[in-house]
Design a protein around this ligand. Sequence first.
Ligand SMILES: Cc1cc2nc3c(=O)[nH]c(=O)nc-3n(C[C@H](O)[C@H](O)[C@H](O)COP(=O)(O)O)c2cc1C
Ligand code: SF4
Ligand code: SF4
Length: 257
Amino acid sequence: MRIEAVHQLYFSATGTTKTIVNEVGRCFSKKTSVHELLRGSLEQDLILGADDLLIVGMPVFVGRVPALAVPSLEKLRGDNTPAILVAVYGNRDYEDALLEMKNLLEPRGFIVVAAAAFVAQHSIFPRIAAGRPDAADMEAVRQFAAGCARKLEGFSADGPAVVVKGNFPYREYAVPPLKPGADESCTRCGACAATCPAGAIPEDAPQETDTERCIACGACIVVCPARSRAFRGRQYEETAAVFFRNNSARKEPEIFI
Ligand SMILES: Cc1cc2nc3c(=O)[nH]c(=O)nc-3n(C[C@H](O)[C@H](O)[C@H](O)COP(=O)(O)O)c2cc1C
Ligand code: SF4
Ligand code: SF4
């Protein structure tokens, strides 16, 4: 089939999902629209046609699609539109995230042509998979995109469905109890409050965090120019040490095509 336009749609709090989805999209060199859900959820239906290609990327949160991104995925409408799924996870496991994406898209008119799970630095425990995606990961991303392009040449809506890993009922979603905060180096610049997708940082008191609202995504840490925001404290350090012991063995990308 001939693709006329590519739509990239992703939620990426610390940038790794964005990096990977952008690279997949770059391999298609077509007219591209980018829908960045960190900047705001979809407010209206996004309607794609049969000659569009949708590339969806989600970070894995507790083995699932981040709950905050689900309403936007529910606003997608296809017309036998091919879709590529990308899950990005922090070297623990991606469990049901790809299956959840697939199950959200297929009833809305999309045909999943390929899916992949890539590993990236863990956004809560950055010693895990530090520096990933690395050069080898990015080469795997390009190989994956090339495989998608080959498959799309002979794409037919009636072709065999792609099978991805995952279980239903999905793993229960629970926001991790660890939350980042600011220390005394905060300059009150407001960058974190302007970025937080959960509205968890008051504009007039950006050194604070509403722990009820915070989804622990890490976006505020990345944008803080003073490096004031971070996960800290004894509970965090203890959890991080255990997490590192259990999840530091390198995992590799998994492709479903
Ligand atoms: C709330 C939360 C939950 C996470 N849950 C998992 C998980 O279940 N498995 C895993 O391997 N990584 C997990 N991670 C790590 C992220 O999936 C990983 O760091 C990803 O690269 C983040 O993408 P981003 O850079 O686009 O924000 C979690 C991160 C956060 C913030
Ligand atoms: S306060 Fe919480 S929800 Fe908001 S950007 Fe920071 S980690 Fe994400
Ligand atoms: S981005 Fe950093 S320095 Fe700026 S208000 Fe937030 S915590 Fe303070």
